[in-house]
Write a protein that binds this ligand. Structure first.
Ligand code: NAD
Length: 492
């Protein structure tokens, strides 16, 4: 059994309450690690350390070029330890080693990209309407950032926040998900090795109300960057609004994967599978609504079933496994509940529809890859985020019908269109209400490509060069270069 420590001010430390909680391996159902149960005292220590590093420590003295160099060194260390960090994530969240090692091998790119960007953010000299003044802008770090992350891709989603935040000169306190804290604590050890001054990167593990709430409400935290469910995001945004803090919210989705009759149907089948069964459907960008044009509906579902039926469930560490367990026991029960709801609403399970009990599944929390046909867009299974391997197939007639159904949910994170007609692809990409639209592909992301939600899927954007601005604030400096002070009671 491995016992982890908090990371505060560059030190491994025990939680002040002296308590730890168990982290389970979703494949075996067994406890494999003990995670520190932080509380408001640990949050305060971490935020004080982050604030000191921001304002007085050596971090505050570094040039942007030096910060960039540290980020690139960190990227090298992550590349060195990618296999180890990926194995920790598999043990903690049950996703495939193939998926997590691909994520970890890709992760250094965020630190190289934002490391390179750190010293390329420029202010401006302002053209003014007033004579006798010179004015310019400076971009300054927004302050201490609280990064709150979910369990599905812990380090990838954390990198999307901390790489631009550190490049901007902010300092960070992370609260990872209580279900998957281990990899973030292991990552924290690399910061000192890379040469980051103490207090720049801190981790307090624990539960939402015990760690998350005091972190959001701490007066020295300036920005909350959150990824998770829309219910928690809404609550945090309300608390932050009361305290006038900056926020960025990456929330849930119910993304449409839209297949027109003129598409390459074999490619579209792979797109549909990758949209819902990759990562066992536990991804915010899951293509959980498959919209299929009426004229090809039955043939397409047959093709899809032929591939989906052979998806192999089993040990996520095994290279042949394609569908791993559900990460947490409550989530496992939630997915099975949604399957029951879909049946009660009149949808037909043409594949799966039960817990997974194949020989390779051990005692893990497996749900069979499940496909429902006969789904209407007003059913709960079509409107609510399941976050599991459950696909709803919905028929449509034409482009207008596809758009009405696709946009007819409160979420707007992503959407995909499968078509051979470039004009249709462009029309659809304009009209789909989603932060990302894929044409003839699915689940492509990059450190260079802005990512975020329309509607209830979030506020703000991660990735891409603009993301660094989410962690900066603008200061305008006015210099009197000859203006004469007139009436002091009148605006200059
Ligand atoms: P969650 O909202 O339950 O938890 C997310 C984080 O918030 C966890 O660290 C949790 O401990 C913390 N938290 C819970 N209550 C809190 C509170 N009152 N104050 C502060 N923090 C609190 O989400 P989850 O179940 O871990 O993750 C799954 C969700 O995340 C899904 O809805 C998924 O769509 C979403 N997600 C979104 C993106 C994206 O980029 N848009 C990416 C991945 C996951």
């Amino acid at each position: 059994m491995q016992r982890y420590s908090l990371r505060i001010n560059g030190q491994a430390c025990a939680p002040q309450g002296g308590a730890w909680f168990a982290s389970q391996n979703p494949y075996t159902g067994e406890t494999w690690a003990e995670i520190p149960r932080g509380d408001a005292r640990d949050v305060d220590a971490a935020v004080q350390a982050a604030h000191a590093a921001l304002t007085t420590g050596p971090w505050a003295e570094l040039t942007a070029t030096q910060r960039g160099a540290l980020l690139r060194t960190l990227g090298d260390l992550i590349a060195r330890d990618a296999a180890k960090l990926a194995a920790t994530e598999v043990r903690d969240n049950g996703k495939l080693f193939a998926e997590m090692s691909a994520q970890l091998n890709y992760l250094p790119q965020w630190f190289y990209y934002y490391g390179g960007l750190a010293d390329k953010v420029q202010g401006s000299t302002l053209p003014l309407d007033k004579k006798g003044y010179f004015a310019f802008t400076r971009n300054e770090p927004v302050g201490v950032v609280a990064a709150i992350t979910p369990w599905n891709s812990p380090l990838l989603l954390l990198a999307w926040k901390i790489a631009p935040a550190l490049a901007a000169g902010c300092t960070v306190v992370v609260k990872p998900s209580e279900f998957t804290s281990a990899s973030t604590l292991e990552l924290a050890e690399l910061f000192e090795e890379a040469g980051f001054p103490p207090g720049v990167f801190n981790v307090v593990t624990g539960f939402g109300q015990e760690v998350g709430t005091p972190l959001v409400e701490h007066p020295l935290v300036s920005k909350i960057s959150f990824t998770g469910s829309d219910a928690t995001g809404r609550l945090i945004n309300e608390q932050a609004a009361r305290l006038l803090k900056h926020t960025a919210m990456e929330l849930g989705g119910k993304s449409p994967n839209i297949v027109f009759a003129d598409a390459d149907l074999d490619q579209a089948v792979f797109g549909a599978i990758s949209g819902i069964f990759a990562a066992t459907g536990q991804t915010c960008i899951a293509g959980s609504r498959l919209l299929v044009q009426d004229s090809i509906h039955d043939a397409f579902v047959e093709k899809l079933l032929a591939v989906a039926r052979s998806a192999r469930m089993g040990d996520p560490m095994h290279p042949d496994t394609q569908v791993g367990p559900i990460t947490t026991e409550p989530q496992y029960r939630k997915v099975l509940d949604y399957i029951a709801i879909a049946r009660s609403e009149g949808a037909t399970a043409v594949l799966g529809g039960a817990k997974g009990e194949a020989p390779g599944c051990g005692k893990g929390w497996f749900v069979q890859p499940t496909i429902f046909t006969g789904v209407r867009n007003d059913m709960r299974i079509a409107q609510e985020e399941v976050f599991g391997p459950v696909l709803s197939v919905i028929r449509f007639q034409d482009e207008a019908d596809a758009l009405r159904i696709a946009n007819g949910v409160r979420f707007g994170l992503a959407a995909a269109v499968w078509t051979g007609d470039i004009a249709r692809a462009l029309r659809m990409s304009e009209r789909l209400q989603a932060g990302t639209v894929w044409i003839n592909t699915y689940r492509a992301v990059s450190f260079m490509a802005p990512f975020g939600g329309y509607k209830d899927s979030g506020l703000g954007r991660e990735n891409g060069s603009d993301a660094i601005r989410e962690y900066l604030q603008t200061k305008t400096v006015w210099i009197n270069s000859g203006a004469v002070t007139g009436n002091p009671f009148v605006l200059r």
